[in-house]
Design a protein around this ligand. Structure first.
Ligand SMILES: *Cc1c(COP(=O)(O)O)cnc(C)c1O
Length: 239
């Protein structure tokens, strides 16, 4: 067993333990393996260990790996459910939307209507709709990306109308918290925004994805209600 496959197993165990501690079904939390800065060989390793969903921050680097993994998979005899799913989790500039729309399955970092409109217009018709999360700046970091909490519902309604996008949920990257209680509190704020949007009943379908929690804080995120955790370091090592 490789180090990455062993690490993956440890992270899955952490997720299961956190779910049980929170009284949640371990199947209610998905693991996104964040492979940024690591090469295609590391992704192949994780894919061989059963991991299917991968997150990338940098568009050109991500697309390179998506193509490399597609080439690798075409040489394997694979089970029907072995298709990889790629999530863009980094900032998307206007001049990068086409690459993202043509290659990724999800974009978790949408915080402007302009970008969402471009992604919808540029999504190729032979692909399923691009799955979208809105990034929320939950702790108000001044120069951080993400929407102010008060602006989330309005953008959610506009994004939900775009034909080639499917709005799935919210993503947050809070600052590291000093202790368990503080981390729970900030994740609980994101969960409250998520619940308020669903309670408003103004979207065609309820949000089903709450993306929060990384290597250092996946337990508190799961405690607060995360349905998807994004883990890099604990799987691939430090960057
Ligand atoms: C890098 C990154 C992660 C993974 O962080 P780790 O601390 O390495 O687990 C998760 N989400 C986003 C948006 C990132 O940029």
């Amino acid at each position: 067993m490789t180090t990455i496959v062993r690490n993956l197993q440890r992270v899955r165990d952490r997720i299961a333990t956190a779910c049980i501690a929170a009284g949640r079904d371990p199947a209610s939390v998905r693991l996104l393996a964040v492979s940024k800065t690591f090469g295609a060989d590391a992704v192949i390793d994780a894919a061989s260990g059963g991991q299917r969903a991968f997150g990338e921050n940098y568009i050109a680097e991500g697309v390179e790996k998506i193509l490399a993994l597609r080439a690798w998979q075409s040489t394997q005899s694979l089970a029907a459910d072995s298709r990889l799913e790629w999530h863009c989790i980094g900032p998307v500039q206007g001049n990068k939307t086409r690459l993202v729309a043509e290659h990724f399955d999800w974009v978790q970092s949408v915080d402007r209507l302009k970008i969402a409109e471009r992604l919808s217009a540029q999504r190729p018709s032979h692909l399923p709709p691009l799955q979208i999360c809105l990034q929320v700046n939950v702790d108000g970091g001044a120069n951080k990306s993400g929407l102010a909490p008060a602006d989330v519902l309005a953008l959610a309604q506009e994004v939900a109308r775009l034909p080639r996008l499917t709005l799935r949920g919210l993503m947050a990257i809070p600052e590291p918290a000093p202790d368990f209680a503080a981390a729970c509190a900030v994740h609980a704020r994101t969960k409250a925004i998520f619940d308020q949007i669903n309670a408003a009943g103004l979207l065609p379908a309820p949000l089903d994805t709450l993306s929060m929690g990384m290597t250092a804080d996946l337990e508190t995120a799961i405690h607060a209600g995360a349905t998807l955790v994004r883990v890099g370091t604990a799987i691939f090592g430090s960057r």
